[in-house]
Write a protein that binds this ligand. Structure first.
Ligand code: UDX
Length: 466
């Protein structure tokens, strides 16, 4: 396996070029693929597979989603994805349908991309969509086809699904697990140029087929790790647990910095220069959110408990708590500054859990807005693209699409999601603010500039002289 240094530059499979142009010439096989479940993961995977030159059928029971995809809209905001989607549909390789039909019988690889959300009232993952997907697929499954799960699952799920599918199909299926590490905002780029490909298999045939699927990527130098089912499942849970731990670690240091006069951002830079630590995922602020990290660490705790080794990841409870405390900290800072939040008006900049996404699932920004409102203030929320999600989830919150109007008459501003629009905002152009107080929840603002414009600036993890 090539080392990272030996790898060909990641630019080998760029957005702009389709590998299929000359697939045969390059010695790659074009396969027939189905992608089951067309949410964030599935829709992106369809486009990525078609871009590699495979024939792809996207399958999803929700007809509205199918109609949207057919018209070239993924149904969520992901930079560059809709353009690529339209291009791949136009190539004739990518089609969508609401259920399996005879065409599923000669599919080489079925990728299962359904969601595994947190169960209501439990830390565990809800795997019911996986079981339905397997049930729907079974009547159309051929003996040679490989079924590759991509969803994030509790370790041991693939073994259970193998038994289930054997009973339903009447033969032992080629079940494999191929976790996906894509990030929202860079989903397609991450799918086509991942740091590594991981496949968990139980036989040579599955490995060979998956090697064919990813051949252009493997030949570009992307490491291809072949392992067993359990390891492949656990790799994803472990990676997300590690990332969450890194973020909460620096946020724990931020708590210490706040009471000792230290600066957590400088601290992160300083420790990040140590190559063993690295500077990525060490940005302190209001913490992690989204549809993955929070639910995945909880699911890992629940699964470890079921397996009788709950103690091994009991520390993740602290990771989760540190993360949640950062949201509360913003409310404490506001209360300290404003005396009380009752009757006040606070602008929250950002609603999405991170920039370049319209995803508001477990968003720190949105929870902060909710807490502000709950404390008796009016929370005004601005976000460049995620406001429809806010209105759906929290109709009690006031939303404002016009950034300049959003500042009107507010007693304080909280920057909760670091959109470029906020980072670039010239504070001198901001007017109508009743009380010039801004809390930088992501440590991205030019403090001196905001102070020059008359603002009192506070930030998480550091004490600022105003
Ligand atoms: C994550 C994993 O990165 C990805 O590999 C996996 O497939 C899905 O889960 P994603 O949820 O898209 O991806 O977002 P990510 O970029 O990881 O950010 C997660 C959260 O952590 C965001 O709320 C972000 O604001 C926060 N974050 C990230 C920090 O607070 N500090 C950091 O230094 C980095």
């Amino acid at each position: 396996m090539p080392s990272l240094e030996q790898r060909t530059p990641k630019s080998i499979i760029r957005f702009s070029e389709d590998v299929n142009i000359g697939l045969g010439r390059l010695g790659f096989m074009s396969l027939k693929i189905s992608v089951i479940g067309l949410g964030y993961l599935g829709a992106t995977h369809c486009v990525a597979m078609s871009k590699l030159g495979h024939t792809v059928i996207g399958i999803e029971p929700n007809q509205a989603k199918i109609d949207s995809l057919k018209s070239g809209h993924a149904g969520f905001f992901e930079p560059g994805l809709d353009e690529e989607l339209a291009k791949q549909i136009a190539s004739g390789r990518l089609t969508f349908q609401s259920s399996h039909d005879e065409g599923s019988r000669d599919v080489d690889v079925h990728f299962i991309c359904v969601g595994t959300p947190q169960k209501d009232g439990s830390l565990a993952a809800d795997t019911s969509y996986l079981h339905s997907a397997i049930k729907d697929l079974a009547p159309y499954l051929s003996k040679d086809a490989v079924v590759a799960g991509k969803s994030t699952v509790p370790v041991g799920t693939a073994a259970l699904l193998t038994i289930e599918l054997t009973n339903l199909a009447g033969f032992a299926p080629n079940l494999a697990w191929n976790p996906e590490f894509l990030r929202e905002g860079t989903a397609l780029e991450d799918s086509l140029n991942p740091d590594r490909l991981v496949v968990g298999v139980t036989n040579q045939h599955s490995e060979d087929k998956l090697r064919e699927v990813f051949a252009p990527m493997i030949s570009s130098g992307i490491p291809f790790i072949v392992t067993d089912l359990a390891t492949a499942e656990l790799v994803k849970a472990a990676a997300n647990a590690f990332l969450a731990t890194k973020i909460s670690f620096i946020n724990a240091m931020a708590e210490i910095a706040e009471v000792s006069g230290a600066d957590a951002t400088q601290l992160a830079t300083a420790i990040g220069y140590d190559e063993r630590i690295g500077n990525k995922f060490l940005r302190n602020g209001v913490g992690f959110g989204g549809g993955c990290l929070p639910k995945d660490i909880r699911a890992l705790m629940a699964r470890a408990e079921e397996l009788g080794v709950g103690q091994s990841v009991a520390y993740l409870k602290e990771i989760d708590k540190i993360n949640i405390r950062r949201r509360d900290r913003v409310i404490d800072m506001l209360t300290q500054e404003l005396g009380t939040l009752k009757g006040k008006k606070v602008l929250v900049l950002g609603a999405a859990f991170k920039p370049d996404s319209d995803d508001v699932r477990d968003s720190p920004a949105l929870e902060i807005a909710s807490l502000i409102q709950g404390a008796g203030a009016t929370a005004v929320v601005h976000d460049p693209i995620a406001l429809s999600g806010v209105n759906k989830k929290h109709p009690e919150l006031t939303t404002q699409q016009d950034l300049m109007k959003a500042f009107d008459g507010v007693d304080a501003v909280v920057l909760a999601t670091e959109w470029q629009e906020y980072r670039q905002l010239d504070p001198a152009t901001v007017s109508g603010v009743a009380n010039k107080l801004i809390i930088d929840g992501r440590n991205v603002l030019d403090i001196a500039k905001w102070q020059q414009a008359g603002f009192k600036v506070l930030a998480l993890g550091k004490t600022i002289k105003n």
